[in-house]
Design a protein around this ligand. Structure first.
Ligand SMILES: [Zn+2]
Length: 540
């Protein structure tokens, strides 16, 4: 079939495309706008003016980058990417900021497949592929350089004039729109993701090749080698586990049937994350920088707490990962990938967290004479396909939402699947404790569990996680965390006092110093006030 279109001038096509984006790629934006400005007589003209401002703004952006050889590739790329962003914004109410871009670039294929759906295919076909074919086929008319230049100026000037006139006519509305409802802009398409990509590239490239700064070079472990048994610590990094879904923390459903039987386990109920995504929280919790100072560049270019422990020369570290990867944390320590059956011996529809425990006894036995830190990075409650995160015997709460199309499910079935995944985490952590108990005679054993971020399960129409921190609800930042001590370690800890910490406010900032404290590392980097355990240690 041969389709041909009458040639159209470049700038007419730009206006058509801007209207297309305004109408079809911004449902998410306008839905969020009318939440704040309901469509009353009072607001309706303002909302309409927003449409014209958005279209004019998109026209200006396109006009700046549109030339004979760039216009088609530009439109096709923007159409295809926007069809994806429209889908995710519309389906999960997320925003595409630079953090989200970093997070999606670090996501592996399996996790991406979890997000696959027929609806996504339809979005990509109707908002991406079909319009791209049109762009590809459409003949575009170009005038002389001089004429194009003046048309370009005219188009930009008219668009600017439209924006200015509308801003002034609705100045009261726009003052509140820009000052009080700043996040609404994050939902515009394709403008915000284009800005975010620029921001991401700027942040990632400004430093050139990464040179890792050494910290804690002179760190030493002070202990009486002769009498004290070696330490064995398992740090479990959880995934998307909300504090309020642990029955240990008062959740009405029994989601911690096994952990609640552990007398020496203390749930840190008031723990808060550094970021709202794995890509921020995981490197941040191991970093010397607190939430206020942490950013991606500083994190990746400075050694973390694992390096400091290695620098002591006394601690052996092993990182096993059943999540995406260590987000740069374990680059300089032994790392094992448990996402595929190559290593993981417990895989059915997917590889299970439990598989990370297989063979750990061999590792521990062969490192007997040294302190050991094992980090287990869980798949945990990774969404949106919570129903895939556990095996049949953990399907205690029913019926479950068994699609990644969360908006098609009731809040109840989403919650059921999510809680079943928490049940699996409860089982996994109890197995970690069981393993550690078998080393009670020979080691000072401890488990420290902490989730990377929380999760929205449909509250206020929000799903998943990753909203910019300042606008993220508590559900995305108030995370599950617990600490357990074996007999040997307990002798050094005032457990009664520690149990009084259940409601004490802690954050990921505490982890760096708590690990140094746990291993009794002597270093100038250590800040006792930030060590969760500093005040519960029994002086020797
Ligand atoms: Zn995560």
């Amino acid at each position: 079939m041969k389709i041909s279109f009458k040639p159209i001038p470049q700038f007419r096509l730009i206006v058509i495309m801007a209207i297309f984006f305004g109408l079809f790629s911004n449902q998410s934006f306008f839905l969020n706008v009318v939440k704040v400005y309901p469509l009353t007589i009072h607001n309706i003209f303002f909302v309409i003016s927003l449409f014209f401002i958005l279209v004019s703004f998109i026209v200006i952006i396109f006009s700046l980058f549109s030339f004979k050889y760039t216009i088609k590739p530009m439109f096709i790329i923007v159409l295809l990417i926007s069809s994806f962003t429209s889908y995710f914004m519309q389906t999960y109410n997320v925003v595409i900021d630079d953090g989200m871009i970093r997070n999606s670039l670090q996501t592996n294929l399996n996790e991406s497949l979890d997000l696959f759906s027929i609806k996504l295919v339809l979005y990509v076909i109707f908002l991406g592929v079909i319009p791209s074919i049109y762009i590809y086929k459409q003949q575009i008319e170009f005038y002389t350089f001089r004429k194009e230049f003046f048309i370009r100026l005219k188009v930009i000037a008219v668009s600017l004039a439209v924006i200015i006139v509308l801003l002034l006519s609705f100045s009261k509305f726009y003052t509140s729109f820009f000052r009080e409802h700043k996040p609404l802009r994050y939902y515009t398409n394709p403008t915000y993701w284009i800005y975010s990509i620029g921001n991401y590239i700027y942040k990632t490239s400004k430093n050139g090749p990464v040179v890792v700064k050494t910290i804690g070079e002179n760190a030493k472990i002070v202990e009486n080698e002769e009498i004290e048994p070696k330490e064995l610590v398992i740090l479990v990094v959880g995934e998307a586990a909300r504090a309020d879904r642990f029955s240990l923390n008062g959740y009405a459903r029994e989601t911690n049937p096994l952990l609640s039987k552990e007398n020496d386990l203390v749930s840190l109920q008031n723990m808060h994350s550094c970021g709202t995504s794995t890509a921020v929280s995981v490197p941040c919790m191991f970093s010397i920088f607190g939430k206020e100072d942490y950013d991606y560049d500083k994190g990746i270019s400075t050694q973390n707490v694992l390096d400091v422990l290695v620098n002591t020369g006394s601690v052996d570290i092993l990182w096993r990962d059943n999540n995406s990867d260590s987000k740069g944390v374990a680059l300089r320590v032994p790392y094992e990938d448990y996402k595929t059956p190559d290593k993981n011996t417990i895989c059915d529809t997917e590889c299970r967290d439990e598989g990370m425990l297989v063979g750990l006894d061999k590792y521990i036995d062969s490192h007997k004479s040294r302190d050991i830190l094992i980090v287990l990075h869980m798949m945990g409650n990774h969404g949106p396909a919570y129903y895939k995160r556990y095996t049949k015997e953990f399907e205690k709460f029913k019926p479950v939402c068994n699609t990644n199309q969360l908006e098609e499910c009731s809040a109840e079935t989403i919650g059921n699947a999510y809680d079943n995944a928490i049940l699996y985490t409860d089982y996994f952590l109890s197995k970690v404790i069981k393993l550690l108990k078998s080393y009670d005679k020979t080691h000072e054993a401890a488990m420290f569990y902490i989730s990377d971020h929380g999760e929205s399960l449909g509250e206020s129409g929000l799903y998943l996680h990753g909203l910019p921190y300042f606008m993220a609800p508590d559900f995305q930042t108030h995370v599950a965390s617990a600490i357990w001590f074996g007999e040997g370690m307990k002798e050094d800890i005032n457990m009664t006092k520690l149990k009084g910490y259940t409601n004490k406010y802690f954050t990921h900032d505490n982890i760096f110093h708590s690990l140094l404290g746990l291993f009794e590392v002597d270093t100038a980097l250590y800040v006792p006030e930030k060590d969760i355990l500093y005040n519960v240690k029994i002086p020797e």
